[in-house]
Design a protein around this ligand. Structure first.
Ligand code: 2IT
Length: 448
């Protein structure tokens, strides 16, 4: 019998040696490698072409200085990144993150995940990611604008509608995309679809802000369907209160479920009546305030606030982490399993540690991995690129229908590659399903 574990371990020794200290990148690569090794052993063409070895090496990494001046005239220097991971099936595509934790490891894990995610959408997009360790918290509008302009003064050389199309991520929303777009247009004297997540007035797509969250819930619905269940009447615990969380809350509410927790860096709130109506709008206000405190919700609506804690001890039917990488560890996973959740779906990118993921799967709880579940965001970005290229715009109904179809397709791909007896291994299904299209394109294009 082939010793898959040894093949994975040997492969990881090389990856770790070549990319020292990049723990998040190692984690993302290990997870994918564990799914892919048995498949690659069965399909020697991928092994002979060294596809996985090529995929873990970014096509290009750009690191640059981002100097800027604050409102008091003081000069600051941040570091900018763009990781152009894989362009086999389309131009590089992926968000830009502004957060003090941003470093090369985080950029590379996100870019690597993005390659598989974008492939799963069925749209022609390669994978990339960018960002900066800039902390937007407490910064004025003018400061954010100057920072975005400085960032684009360097990045513009490396992107373009047929080369690399950035979008938002943590800390980058419609405002920042607007500043990026304005600066790019000024530098290149071109009005093109070089960024997605733009405002509706200048080429943005309807539904893009809510797309990631809506897609997560459509995907969750498909998982529940395989178990003969429905989201209606279900209690949903989520973390975060940003863009992704907001989309999840809106769709769960619309479909008759109840989101009972939200969280921030300061702790979590428990709202047994569910987040709905004006409470959903208040999520936007909390984000706009730039305070980054979920306690504001508890103060406003008189619900319980648990400082410094994560929401995973709250009994619920469905758990959906919507905040950031590695926010669910083994202890959290044990709580989640003990509380008897019906399914666990990742809305943030890689929010679950490897140990926590394995624990949830071993306990026979369907585990929807981010690269499948949260692909709706980038899918609608892909639809935005199409609308821009055609110089037209679709209606909300058209975009939402396409998004829903894409999420059902992704679920079908997971079933196709992830069925294990009467169960579905969604992690394996998503990893193999995302891999095949990229790998076949790479083989067809030769040794490049
Ligand atoms: O993680 C993600 O998929 C995103 N931040 C969205 C990327 C995009 O290009 O819309």
């Amino acid at each position: 019998m082939t010793d898959y574990k040894k093949i994975v371990d040997d492969f990881m020794v090389d990856v770790i040696a070549k990319n020292p200290g990049e723990n998040e990148f190692h984690q993302a690569v290990r997870e994918i490698t564990e799914s892919l090794v048995p498949f690659i052993e069965e399909h020697p063409k991928y092994k002979e072409a060294k596809i996985l070895e090529r995929m873990v090496e970014p096509e290009r990494v750009i690191i640059f200085r981002v100097p800027w001046q604050d409102d008091k005239g003081e000069i600051h220097v941040n570091r900018g990144y763009r990781v152009q991971m894989n362009s086999a099936i389309g131009p590089y595509k992926g968000g830009i993150r502004f957060h003090p934790s941003v470093n090369l490891s985080i950029m590379k894990f996100l870019a690597f995940e993005q390659v598989f995610k974008n492939s799963l959408t069925t749209l022609p997009m390669g994978g990339g990611k960018g960002g900066s360790d800039f902390d937007p918290r407490g910064r004025s509008d003018a400061e954010v604008m100057r920072f975005c302009q400085s960032f684009m003064n360097e990045l513009y050389r490396y992107i373009g509608p047929d080369t690399d199309v950035p979008a938002g991520d943590i800390g980058v929303g419609a405002r920042e995309i607007g500043y990026f777009f304005g600066q790019y247009k000024r530098l290149k004297n071109e009005f093109t679809g070089v960024l997605t997540g733009k405002g509706i007035q200048y080429g943005g797509s309807v539904i893009r802000p809510e797309a990631t969250g809506f897609g997560v819930v459509y995907f969750t619905q498909e998982i529940l369907k395989t178990m003969g269940m429905d989201i209606k009447g279900k209690k949903v615990a989520i973390s975060g209160f940003g863009n992704v969380a907001w989309g999840v809350v809106r769709k769960v509410d619309e479909l008759g479920g109840k989101v009972i927790t939200l969280s921030g860096p300061d702790g979590y709130i428990y709202d047994p009546d569910g987040v709905s109506g004006e409470k959903i709008d208040f999520m936007l206000e909390m984000r706009r305030s730039g305070r980054d405190k979920v306690q504001d919700y508890a103060d406003k609506f008189n619900v319980e606030f648990y400082p410094g804690k994560r929401p995973w001890s709250v009994p619920c039917d469905i758990a959906i982490p919507c905040a950031t990488q590695n926010e669910v560890d083994l202890e959290d996973a044990k709580q989640i399993v003990k509380n008897g959740v019906k399914c666990y779906v990742e809305a943030a990118n890689m929010p679950t540690t490897l140990e926590a993921m394995k624990y949830i799967q071993e306990n026979n709880i369907p585990f929807g991995p981010a690269k499948a579940a949260n692909a709706g965001g980038v899918a609608v970005s892909g639809l935005e690129m199409t609308q821009n290229a055609m110089h037209l715009s679709w209606t909300p109904e058209e975009v939402d229908k396409k998004l829903h179809e894409i999420m059902i397709n992704i679920h079908n791909t997971c079933l196709k590659y992830g069925k294990e007896g009467d169960k579905v291994n969604y992690v394996k299904g998503a990893n193999i399903g995302g891999f095949v299209k990229v790998a076949d394109a790479m083989i067809a294009q030769g040794i490049v």
